[in-house]
Design a protein around this ligand. Structure first.
Ligand code: HEC
Length: 168
């Protein structure tokens, strides 16, 4: 269900890009049409669980795109020094844990994205509060300016309830 929703979000961001294409650029970023801005980066007053999981999934993929924040210019200090990526990519959940959530047992088990980190599929079904605490530990040096508590809760709910089996 949430994947269908994600598709809606992605086509909304395509729409936003199209609307913005004709407008002037500010700080190197095309402004969104106000209505698209709401759909792409806003939150409903009373978010449903399905909405929250989908929004969390978008943050898992790329937090600054999902939340309309500046792209990081540094390498994440928690990213293993022995692994091969640098810069903004190292702040993406999917870079360390894999887009199939299985990390070293999955699609990133070898090659340029390999980083010897566990997947997150072991956290399926865990209490959201427990996952939220993990997401503020030393392996996850995200400040609240990068991801607010309420936004981190979306990610935690996604980890607990939103992971689908990508190998099917
Ligand atoms: C720089 C690499 C890195 C990034 C980026 C990262 N993590 Fe982690 N994460 C780790 C490490 C290291 C651990 C500890 C497990 C291990 O050593 O393999 C961990 C553990 C976890 C766990 C616990 C897994 C378990 O089974 O106990 C979850 C859940 C998790 N991360 C989710 C996320 C989410 C969601 C994001 C994005 C907001 C994220 N991580 C970003 C490195 C990272």
């Amino acid at each position: 269900m949430h994947r269908a929703l994600l598709r809606v979000f992605f086509s909304a961001s395509a729409l936003a890009a199209m609307v913005a294409a004709g407008a002037a650029e500010t700080e190197g970023r095309p402004p969104h049409d106000p209505r698209a801005q709401d759909v792409v980066h806003g939150a409903p007053a009373e978010p449903s669980e399905t909405w929250t999981i989908a929004a969390g999934g978008r943050i898992y993929d790329n937090r600054w795109e999902a939340l309309d924040r500046p792209e990081p210019t540094t390498t994440n200090p928690a990213y293993p020094k022995t692994a091969k990526q640098t810069g903004a990519a190292t702040w993406r959940c999917k870079e360390c844990h894999g887009w199939d959530y299985k990390r070293k047992d999955g699609i990133y088990r070898e090659g340029s994205h390999y980083a010897a980190i566990e997947g997150i599929d072991g956290a399926i079904g865990r209490p959201v509060e427990q996952i939220e605490a993990i997401l503020r530990d030393a392996n996850h040096p995200y400040t609240r300016a990068m991801i607010r508590d309420e936004e981190m809760r979306r990610v935690a709910l996604f980890v607990s309830k939103g992971q689908v089996d990508m190998s099917r």
